[in-house]
Design a protein around this ligand. Structure first.
Ligand code: IPE
Ligand code: IPE
Ligand code: MG
Length: 246
């Protein structure tokens, strides 16, 4: 059976987010250094981006580096930054050919200058692409994001730009890093860990969660189809009863 053909194109997650985990364990299993796991993981990134665009996913958000990941050994952090810059340089044509716009969320100021330059360059060059928005979460932490929301809104209240009574869901949304993205519909985490690790806490309020034991460098096209098929079998009720949905 061809998995791809069983996917209902009218019921795709509009916003797919992925916690790409397990590169280190994948490398260790085969007796390699963790860096090799990250290199191999970047091949899965490319395949999943192309597959998502081909399917018709509008928003794909990939957790690539968390605020907590800065606490890893310096050598590993440096390697990850190098892999990122090289991938951005190399894959610009992939983004252009597939009509994909690059976006980022996170505290980019903490990234090395060369990485920031490369990111801004690719964001600028792909800004008019319309098929899919690819968001890389880099130096991203949901708590840091929410702290920045609280600070920005507090300042506006202090300066009488908005009133306390007007603060609602949409005001919060407007101040998040993800202000230009819809809520997450499907969140995938690879590698068998069943946790969120500080990713998009507000934005996944009603996301469907999908956990798989597959390590990220082994997560390929067919695995993404399986996740989407699982998503399509679920009934999203948003607090209502099943009868109300039908
Ligand atoms: C995910 O793989 C990549 C990043 C967090 C940058 P890990 O490096 O966390 O791999 P494991 O979890 O140690 O196997
Ligand atoms: C989450 O993976 C962050 C990314 C995938 C970028 P981690 O490997 O850092 O998560 P924990 O620390 O095991 O929860
Ligand atoms: Mg991990």
């Amino acid at each position: 059976m061809n998995l791809q053909d069983t996917i209902d194109k009218n019921n795709l997650p509009r916003h797919l987010a992925i916690i790409m985990d397990g590169n280190g364990r994948w490398a260790k299993q085969q007796g390699f250094l963790r860096a090799f796991g990250h290199e191999s993981g970047s091949k899965s990134v490319k395949e999943i981006i192309k597959t998502s665009a081909k399917l018709g996913i509008e928003y794909l958000t990939l957790y690539a580096f968390s605020t907590e990941n800065w606490n890893r050994p310096k050598l590993e952090v440096d390697t990850l930054m190098k892999i990122l810059v090289n991938a951005l340089k190399k894959e610009l044509p992939t983004l252009q050919n597939n009509n994909i716009r690059l976006n980022t969320i996170g505290n980019l100021d903490k990234m090395p200058q060369s990485t920031q330059r490369e990111l801004l360059d690719v964001i600028e060059k792909t800004k008019d692409n319309t098929r899919m928005t690819l968001t890389l979460a880099l130096s991203y932490g949901s708590r840091e994001e929410l702290i920045s929301v609280v600070k920005d809104i507090s300042n506006k209240v202090k300066n009488n730009i908005i009133s306390i009574d007007s603060i609602d869901d949409s005001i919060i949304n407007e101040h998040l890093y993800t202000h230009n993205l819809p809520d997450v519909d499907l969140l995938i985490r690879t590698s068998g860990e069943h946790r969120i690790s500080n990713f998009l806490l507000w934005q996944i309020a009603y996301a469907e969660l999908y956990f798989t034991d597959i390590l990220w460098p082994d997560f390929k096209e067919q695995d993404l189809y399986e996740a989407i098929i699982s998503y399509q079998k679920r009934e999203r009720r948003f607090g209502k009863t099943s009868e109300q949905i039908k």
